[in-house]
Design a binder for this molecule. Structure first.
Ligand SMILES: [Zn+2]
Length: 396
């Protein structure tokens, strides 16, 4: 999942993301809650309507950002009081208010409110934090079950393109009705004449968001197992492994993922939050992880760091100043098909906005290609941990 923190994958318009084959995006509840505010997004039909994106969206619960970004946070059993990193204003997130925000944002997959345990931490601290995350998971689920009908799907999409697309959908629907025979007003079968809706999903059809649970337990493998089992007991349609990529060595991340994923049901999506490099995502997929998100491809791109089949490239290096070759000869993306390394290096050195746009498009393409290869290997019954052409080592 590419990360679209503020309802935008920085530098890349939505139609281009569609062309690249992005199927699902991640938005950050903490950021969207602060700006533009949940109510604004809700009135626009949720994130789908607001950002004109018909494909899937996942929002995190805000827990991770509260713990990593905001200062002066105070955690109690009830929830977390924190100060905005924007203006210092005081706010409060509880499992209930975080889920309310996620329902208002209207993503397809939403996450339970959890406490991300800091690293390093003593075992007693890891246990206490894990226990609270379990209690918060129960509260998240209870609130969600009572309020899931309030998702703003089925309300107006804004933007002329969205309206045109919705109009086409209505035309197709009324053509279906016509071909099905004369309109039967006695049965009240009215074509959807009201505002365009988010695809066919609406609470009236019984469609709701999916609330995923999150496994915590710090870096303690026994606690991870217990957290996984007890989260599965609460019961969610999907499960995430949280609390990683918080400063621990990569080897520890791998151990914890391996020890956790085996206790999560194989017939539910298993989501590893906040990883990783191209070879790491192939490795985690080989362990059974189905979903991942990471800011790395987009953030690195903005700093001129590009993932290629030959290794990682820092495009600002003088060695590329006269390099006529494509960024990655093995990449089929529109950037590699059109521009030279020399041009990309020039754009970056001159601080042109286009540098960030093109770099991001290539890195996203590289990640999406990596995942396509992973899926292909899985279908062929092959291992995915040693896919050729997946490397984040610096190019020699
Ligand atoms: Zn490319």
């Amino acid at each position: 999942m590419p990360v679209g923190t503020l309802a935008s994958v920085k530098g890349v318009p939505q139609d281009l993301l569609e062309d690249l084959g992005v199927q699902i995006l991640l938005g950050n509840t903490y950021h969207l809650y602060l700006r533009p505010g949940v109510e604004t997004v809700r009135r626009m039909g949720g994130l789908h309507g607001f950002m004109s994106w018909d494909r899937a969206i996942l929002t995190d619960s805000g827990g991770f950002q509260v713990f990593s970004l905001s200062e002066l946070r105070k955690v109690t059993e009830e929830g977390v009081t924190f100060r905005s990193h924007l203006d210092g204003s005081s706010h409060f997130f509880s499992p209930e208010s975080a889920i309310a925000a996620e329902i208002g944002l209207g993503a397809d997959i939403i996450m339970a409110f959890d406490e991300c345990t800091e690293f390093p931490a003593e075992r007693e601290r890891m246990r206490a934090s894990m226990e609270m995350t379990l209690r918060w998971a129960e509260r998240s689920k209870t609130y969600f079950e009572e309020h899931k009908q309030e998702v703003p799907w089925g309300t107006v999409h804004v933007g002329p393109d969205a309206l045109v697309r919705a109009g086409e959908r209505q035309l197709a629907e009324s053509a279906e009705l016509r071909s099905a025979g004369p309109f039967d007003s006695a049965q009240g079968r009215l074509p959807r004449a009201s505002a365009p809706t988010r695809g066919v999903a609406s609470p009236a059809d019984g469609a709701t968001q999916s609330l995923f649970g999150i496994v915590q337990g710090g870096m303690d493998l026994a606690l991870r197992k217990e957290s996984a089992e007890r989260t599965v007991e609460i019961g969610f349609p999907g499960y995430a492994i949280g609390g990683l990529s918080v400063g621990e060595p990569r080897e520890v991340t791998r151990e914890v993922v391996e020890a956790t994923v085996q206790h999560l049901p194989t017939d539910r999506p298993r989501y590893l939050m906040g990883v990783g490099t191209p070879e790491e995502i192939a490795q985690y997929a080989s362990m059974g992880v189905d979903m991942m998100d990471c800011v790395l491809p987009t953030r690195a791109a903005r700093h001129g760091l590009l993932f290629t089949s030959e290794g990682k490239i820092s495009i600002k290096q003088a060695r590329y100043a006269n390099d006529e070759g494509p960024l990655d000869p093995a990449c089929g993306c529109r950037v590699c098909g059109r521009y030279s390394r020399a041009y990309l290096r020039h754009l970056y050195a001159a601080n042109e906005v286009l540098a960030q746009v093109l770099n991001t498009i290539h890195n996203l393409s590289f990640y999406l290609d990596t995942m396509r290869r992973v899926r292909h290997s899985i279908r062929l019954g092959e291992g995915t941990s040693s896919l050729s052409g997946v490397s984040s080592q610096p190019k020699p």
